[in-house]
Design a protein around this ligand. Structure first.
Ligand code: C2E
Ligand code: MG
Ligand code: MG
Length: 731
């Protein structure tokens, strides 16, 4: 029988009197041990009703209660008392209102039960939460006052039912609507609402707000190799790491898949944002332990900042997305700030992908060979094959640019196979026994056909297997899958050599060196460069790597050595081989043959004595503002602290300029050196990395300021005022 509690609590009251001798409370009164003046004179009809009600109580669907005029319990269904952790006897005499919490779970006040009872108003289905510890049930409670014959309040009667399940599912539904069920982070819907409201409020208050879009690198491979449950577990750990960095669960969200978004209110300093992005990437690139397997992924981050890069959430997200795309295109594990030229870059990339499809067939690809030199003897022991693409319109395009595109567009396999065959073919023709190293993309490495292709290249060209070295990057150690081990085994059994490329970038771990059968470790250029910086620990780490490599009978190669001081350091650290401009840039096949034919090939190192502070050679048109004049100048050379500009004649040393890099990037600078049309200038505030190997200003002039300035029709743009000097003419 399904009897709605509101009905039960309803209109039988008319027949009830306070002695309880009639109606169902009569019987209940007896159970409560009240003294009855008269026996229950139940006719068949009321007895039936009583039974029905008793059944109803016992079914657990609903319960009844009664109080005296003061609201003290005179009856309560035993079953519900037990649910509250008491017996009905224990509850008798207690205030009925004490059974429930005055405030609900969301902190909003109830239409309070005490209030309603004081006013003697009836109530229906009032949702109330149990006040008893350990009992988090919700009850819908109804009640009616009943009066004695003189019309005075005699007490209350009513009913209740358990609505915990409905309450929970409603709460779950609202939580699900706002939070990602896998990670517990805010979901796409929630964060986009949040971003909308934040941006709306902030634009009123002229505040800034950054967003980061984050995408995991190689997550798909984990999912594919370790399975979806492992992928889910990994995403949860990623969420934990993000929360550890940002703390605020509301501001970090999972948009879906392996994409995350972070809102950073009141942040526009690109120095700080860049550091933060680097922290995220560093943290997420640490190894994970997932279901007993170790795995490693990376992350790329795109950053856009309101109001500079967009004032609506749509614009901001689109631009952060573009920055993320560019970061990924730059070789992953990077961050990138949005800048307007990314729109063009994205276009270019699409066009490049199209052109890449036919590049092989059109004969636009070539191999270049860079000598690998024994550091102590200066003797060339081998070369690395490096692919070169000469685009019919754009000229030579770096493999650092097009290899990631090829990987993404599924073109790496034919390209890689071509490189392998061509390198073997060339090497087989060299006099002597120079080795040739070929780069193998992780995507090729994951293809079970690779050993067959390698064997085939060796067989058709006749190159002895031990003259071929395959260069593999650390990213193949995603999840210590059995397949990786099998691939190593299959390749080793062909007799080829294996080298670990780019060691020191990303998530280097010495652990897998012991288990993987490498013949060589190539220490990355960035790592070696870092070692010459005073206070760097890289030198000590390189020494450790060398010691380990020697113990495991592996060779070591330092990559990208350009200056003599680096070469000295490398020799001191006992790195066995060097590959870098200090010996030779990559050379064409013809030149290589000439050297090889001349017999044993040694190269005398040459280069700058010291590595220069990273200056970016460039040709970038910017504005130099002085005394409300804007001169067009060209930046030829830029570092974090200063630049060389060209375009104005004879500027006195000490003159202050504002350099306008565009997009609100203004940098105050002072002329330190002046030679006719060239000036060396020093920035007042250092530039910061733009995440793309370039530099940008920390802060930008906000569009609010520009709007305000335009409105006042002044040309001041909040620039400092300058000393007036002679009348320069633009060169
Ligand atoms: P990598 O395998 O680490 O190759 C070394 C890179 O460092 C080459 O750049 C080389 O020209 C450059 N390099 C060598 N010495 C110096 C130096 O002293 N100073 C500087 N600044 N650079 C130096 P490259 O040829 O542009 O190749 C870039 C990357 O593209 C390679 O890094 C490799 O990961 C990838 N790559 C090149 N060819 C192939 C290929 O055939 N297949 C695949 N899958 N990847 C390739
Ligand atoms: Mg390489
Ligand atoms: Mg390398």
């Amino acid at each position: 029988m399904d009897m709605p509690s509101s009905h039960i609590s309803g209109d039988q009251d008319e027949t009830a009197t306070d002695d309880g001798s009639r109606g169902f409370f009569g019987k209940l009164g007896a159970r409560m041990g009240r003294q009855r003046s008269e026996p229950v004179t139940a006719n068949l009809h009321t007895r039936d009703a009583l039974l029905l009600l008793q059944n109803y109580e016992e079914s657990g669907r609903g319960w009844f209660w009664a109080t005296d005029a003061e609201g003290r319990i005179t009856y309560i269904t035993d079953a519900v008392a037990r649910l509250m952790g008491r017996s009905s006897g224990e509850l008798l005499g207690k205030a009925f209102t004490d059974l429930f919490l005055p405030v609900d779970s969301h902190g909003e006040r109830q239409r309070t039960l005490p209030f309603l009872m004081t006013k003697q108003s009836k109530f229906d289905e009032l949702p109330l939460r149990s006040a008893f510890e350990g009992d988090d049930r919700w009850w819908a409670v109804s009640g009616r006052p009943h009066l004695d014959s003189a019309g005075n309040l005699a007490g209350w009667r009513g009913s209740g039912s358990d609505i915990t399940a409905q309450r929970r599912s409603a709460e779950d539904a609202s939580r699900l609507a706002l939070y990602d069920s896998l990670t517990g982070l805010a979901n796409r819907f929630h964060i986009s609402k949040k971003l909308d409201t934040t941006l709306a409020a902030f634009s009123q208050q002229q505040r800034s707000c950054a967003i980061m879009l984050l995408d995991l690198d190689r997550f798909k491979q984990v999912n594919d190799t370790l399975g979806h449950p492992a992928g889910d577990a990994l995403l949860r750990q990623v969420a934990q790491r993000l929360l550890k960095i940002f703390g605020d669960k509301e501001m970090v969200s999972r948009l879906g898949g392996d994409e995350f978004q972070i809102i950073l209110p009141d942040l526009e300093d690109r120095g700080k944002l860049g550091d933060m992005a680097a922290d995220i990437i560093g943290s997420l690139s640490q190894p994970y332990s997932v279901e007993g397997s170790r795995c490693i992924i990376g992350a790329s981050v795109g950053v856009a900042i309101a109001p500079f890069d967009g004032q609506t959430s749509d614009d901001l997200i689109r631009n952060a997305d573009l920055a993320l795309y560019a970061a990924k295109g730059n070789g992953r594990g990077r961050f990138r700030f949005y800048s307007s030229d990314l729109h063009q870059a994205a276009e270019d990339r699409r066009a490049l992908e199209e052109d890449l499809r036919d590049a092989l067939a059109r004969g636009e690809m070539e191999l270049s060979y860079q000598p690998v030199v024994q550091s102590k003897s200066n003797m060339v022991t081998g070369v690395e094959a490096l692919i070169r693409w000469t685009h019919p319109e754009r000229g030579v395009i770096s493999p650092a640019v097009f290899i990631p595109i090829a990987e993404e567009a599924n073109l790496i396999w034919p390209l890689g196979e071509w490189v392998l065959r061509k390198a073997c073919e060339d090497a087989a023709r060299w006099p002597g026994d120079l080795r040739v190293a070929v780069n193998v993309s992780p995507i090729q490495f994951a293809n079970e056909d690779l050993p067959k292709i390698v064997a085939n290249a060796l067989a058709t060209t006749g190159l002895p297997a031990d003259r071929l070295e395959l260069e593999i990057t650390e990213s193949v150690f995603l999840g210590d899958s059995a397949e990786t081990a099998l691939m190593f085994k299959a390749l080793k059994s062909l007799g080829v050599r294996l080298a670990l490329d780019d060691f020191g970038t990303g998530y280097s771990s010495l652990g897998y060196l012991q288990s993987a059968p490498f013949d060589k470790i190539k220490i990355d250029q960035s790592f070696v460069r870092g070692a010459t910086v005073p206070g760097s620990r890289n030198g000590a780490i390189i020494a450790a790597i060398v010691a380990l490599a020697e113990a495991l009978e592996m060779e070591t190669t330092a990559e990208g050595i350009e200056s003599l001081d680096q070469l000295d350091l490398i020799r001191t650290l006992n790195v066995s081989h060097v590959q870098g401009y200090v010996y030779s840039k990559p050379v064409g096949h013809q030149l290589l043959i000439e050297h090889a034919e001349a017999g044993s090939w040694t190269i005398k190192p040459s280069g700058p004595a010291k590595q220069r502070n990273d200056r970016f050679q460039m040709f970038r048109k910017v504005g130099a503002i002085h005394d409300n004049h804007r001169y067009n100048v060209v930046i030829r050379n830029l570092s974090t602290t200063g630049a060389f500009i060209e375009g104005i004649l004879d500027v006195p040393v000490g003159t202050r300029f504002v350099i306008d890099f565009g997009e609100g990037q203004l940098a105050t600078a002072t002329v330190r050196r002046s030679m006719k049309h060239q000036q060396g200038i020093e920035f007042e505030q250092t530039m910061v990395s733009d995440g793309n190997g370039g530099l940008c200003t920390r802060h930008r002039v906000s569009p609010y300021l520009i709007a305000a300035a335009t409105q006042q029709a002044t040309s001041q743009l909040a620039l400092p005022s300058f000393t007036t000097t002679n009348d320069w003419k633009a060169a």
